[in-house]
Design a protein. Structure first.
Length: 467
């Protein structure tokens, strides 16, 4: 992508200075008062004190007094379409929740998915997310171009996007949970996945769009689909994603159907490796964690969703100690109605302290790393995003911490992680503003609110939830 030009054709620069900076680089470098210089869509320099004097082609200077600058957050697991089914099945575990909602989700169409993606992306951006990921696996017949609707919404918003083409081919008649009319044939799912990669995937350093391969879960897809999807992804050079070890019910399902637990089953189908990441991974034993560490398989940790569905507490401290790549995920907003990734920093820290490691489980800087560099590593983009370093893409979040909710916390990283959800003064993706002073600048968020409400009501009528 070409960098924006200043007058005379030179590369335009943006300077952010006078702010605290948490770079989240390998050494965890921080500056209590520093600067970042952006040239086009790349970070040119970062350091303590004011920006160098005499910089040319500066088109904007941002005074970051009272702010913390961090890398933009990276979301590693989501289901955008669920934005229009929030607040349903409020008191269910995962399997009961799925059985309740699958018949509703099986009636989505392209306008619904576009609106839901807009809502999901708005919540992500307003909470500091510059790289969004989505796992879309519900493709009712005749519903239109659902993956394309999400991709269009992300381009309109201006966020970096890593959608995965999901799939389900195991309906109720084959021992799965989805109704039969909500699943595809194995052949159709694989063909559509290959088509999505060929149509949209961009592997370049600056890429705003990368496609992944993502059969839904061990209990909604066949062994054949898992195996063939792994072969397809590796032939195309793209990443693999699915759900794994989310609940005790899933553990029981896998033992009854396959004679082994989820990790061993997924390993048998070729689903462990540096190009793979799993959502949730709540019920992992020592052997499972060791296999993830040995193979470089990543984890999308979704603390709010895990709590909402009473799934349990993932062993994140043990995973990190073993060297497992771990990032944060919102999950679908039917199991995390806020849809915010920024609040997952706090929830990851607090929920994990309820586990056996207690106050030693995670600290504020580890939580921030999960949401930035951890997520970048899980998505295979740690060379491009996830930290504030020269040469990396200019995906940055400038958090306002001098307001009444944060100003008395001396440590800015603690203010961000332990404190209330912090407002954004500026969110840059690829060097371009997406949020300014707490408002989206690329789309009309009030119009999104109206459209998502209308589409949620339309879906509820079609699904028979309302008259």
């Amino acid at each position: 992508m070409a960098a924006p030009a200043a007058q005379g054709g030179a590369t335009a620069r943006i300077v952010i200075e006078n702010c605290a900076i948490a770079t989240v680089d390998q050494d965890g470098s921080e500056h209590s008062r520093g600067h970042v210089v952006i040239a086009g869509n790349r970070i040119e320099s970062v350091g303590a004190g004011p920006a160098p004097a005499g910089l040319g082609d500066v088109v904007r200077r941002v005074d970051g007094e009272g702010h913390l600058l961090t890398p933009g957050l990276v979301n590693t697991h989501h289901h955008f379409y669920q934005w229009i089914t929030r607040g349903l099945a409020q008191d269910c575990n995962l399997f009961d929740w799925l059985v309740t909602l699958y018949p509703v989700w099986a009636r989505i169409d392209e306008p619904m998915v576009h609106a839901a993606a807009q809502g999901s992306l708005a919540a992500l951006a307003l909470s500091g997310t510059t790289t969004a990921m989505d796992h879309h696996y519900v493709f009712p017949r005749g519903a239109g171009d659902l993956l394309g609707a999400e991709i269009r919404a992300a381009a309109e918003m201006g966020v970096r996007f890593s959608p995965t083409r999901g799939s389900m081919d195991r309906g109720i008649s084959d021992g799965g949970l989805p109704p039969d009319f909500a699943v595809e044939s194995t052949e159709a799912a694989l063909a559509a996945t290959e088509e999505a990669i060929d149509r949209w995937h961009d592997a370049s350093f600056d890429s705003m769009l990368r496609i992944g391969v993502a059969p839904c879960s061990p209990f909604s897809v066949s062994t054949e689909l898992l195996c063939e999807a792994a072969v397809l992804a590796r032939a195309k050079g793209v990443r693999l994603h699915t759900h794994g070890s989310e609940t005790v019910e899933e553990e029981k399902f896998c033992h009854e159907l396959f004679g082994m637990g989820p990790t061993d089953y997924l390993e048998s189908t070729g689903w462990l490796g540096e190009d793979v990441w799993m959502a949730h991974c709540v019920h992992m034993n020592d052997s499972d964690i060791a296999k993830f560490a040995e193979t470089g398989t990543g984890v999308a940790h979704c603390p709010s969703s895990n709590a909402r569905l009473a799934a349990g507490i993932a062993r994140v401290p043990d995973m990190l100690a073993a060297g497992v790549p771990v990032g944060l995920g919102v999950d679908g907003t039917a199991s995390n109605e806020s849809g915010e990734l920024g609040t997952e920093l706090r929830n990851a820290l607090l929920v994990n302290r309820l586990g056996e490691h207690r106050e030693k489980a995670l600290n504020a800087r580890q939580a921030l790393r999960l949401g930035t560099m951890g997520g970048a590593r899980v998505l295979g983009r740690e060379r491009e995003i996830g930290s504030i370093e020269p040469g990396k893409l200019a995906d940055l979040a400038l958090w306002k911490l001098d307001g009444v909710l944060h100003s008395s916390i001396a440590d800015p990283v603690a203010a961000l992680v332990f404190g209330a959800a912090a407002p954004l003064t500026l969110l840059l993706t690829d060097g371009k503003p997406v949020v300014e002073h707490g408002r989206l600048v690329t789309v009309d968020e009030d119009a999104i609110a109206r459209t998502t409400r209308a589409e949620a009501q339309r879906l509820a009528r079609i699904a028979g939830l309302t008259d």
